[in-house]
Ligand binder design. Structure first.
Ligand code: PTJ
Length: 260
């Protein structure tokens, strides 16, 4: 196994790839998850591999929304489990949310492996194994959830969600928080709070905001009221169009594209 030197210019991206590969080897990430990761990386590169100010505002609004929720649930798929298991457990603790495994390509075996993996990273209860609830309007494989989990939730965090399910959850009246690096994708466009950021940066930042907002109800309101989803999507798209292709701001400003 190769060690990645920390000063490598693409360190974060290489660590992320390695986690996804390990996830496939461990039987928690699907092979399609590798393709999804590649797609995400391309968008992250165009966004400069940074958290935009509008994404930070979305992450703060998400934290506030989770803290104000009656029954928040964090949905975990094979990519999320491979990339940020401990970070998901931390977020669930910070906002008192349930964790539920919910897969696009469902197999009971993979749900069990992901639940075990999350427990290895500190989760106590992991939902998704009961499968006694449903998201109406989807076929059985895609629509199966836990009755006391996602079905009963008022706020759901659905990172890297597929567009049909995002729309079906929206139709159920859930407040949806979507993490997706592609601002043009249907799921962030359906979300109440679209977070256009890498899951790896987004989840810990939502947790940090949640800790900051825990004892500040007035600031929570403000974080929610001041956030505008359409504006955040437009800002992410503009950042991609005007992109400096992953270069530091000053080099881009000098028009030096030689090492882009
Ligand atoms: O484990 P399963 O069976 O539930 O499957 C999970 C995947 C992700 C394979 C499945 O939901 C899928 O095929 O997703 P898509 O349609 O490829 O969409 C993935 C979206 O997530 C794309 O818009 C990517 O840009 C985005 N994405 C990928 N990696 C990241 C990401 N967004 C944020 N952070 C990432 N690390």
């Amino acid at each position: 196994e190769t060690e990645i030197p920390e000063d490598h210019p693409r360190y974060a991206s290489l660590v992320t790839r390695h986690r996804i590969e390990a996830g496939v080897e461990k039987g928690i990430t699907s092979k399609q998850g590798l393709i999804a990761q590649g797609r995400g990386e391309a968008f992250d590169y165009l966004l400069g591999e940074r958290t935009l100010p509008s994404a930070d505002a979305a992450e703060r609004a998400a934290a506030a929304t989770l803290l104000c929720a009656d029954h928040p649930v964090l949905s975990v798929n094979g990519n999320v489990a491979a990339l940020a298991p401990a970070e998901i457990v931390d977020l669930a603790a910070a906002v008192d949310a349930d964790i539920e495994v919910n897969l696009f390509n469902h197999t009971d075996e993979r749900v069990r492996r992901i639940a075990d993996h999350l427990r290895e990273h500190g989760a106590d209860e992991v939902k998704g194994l009961a499968g006694d609830g449903e998201i109406p309007g989807l076929d059985h494989a895609r629509g199966t959830v836990d009755a006391d989990g996602i079905e009963a939730a008022d706020v759901v965090v659905v990172p890297l969600e597929d567009g049909d399910r995002a729309e079906a959850l929206d139709a159920m009246g859930k407040t949806e928080i979507v993490v997706d690096l592609n601002p043009g994708s249907r799921s962030p466009r359906t979300a109440d709070i679209p977070i256009i950021d890498n899951l790896i940066r987004a989840v810990p930042n939502v947790t940090a905001h949640a800790r900051d907002l825990a004892d500040a109800p007035a600031s929570r309101r403000d974080a929610i009221d001041s956030f505008d989803a359409d504006e955040a999507l437009a800002e992410a798209e503009a950042a991609i169009r005007e992109g400096s292709f992953g270069m530091p701001d000053d080099a881009a400003a000098d028009g030096d594209a030689s090492n882009a």
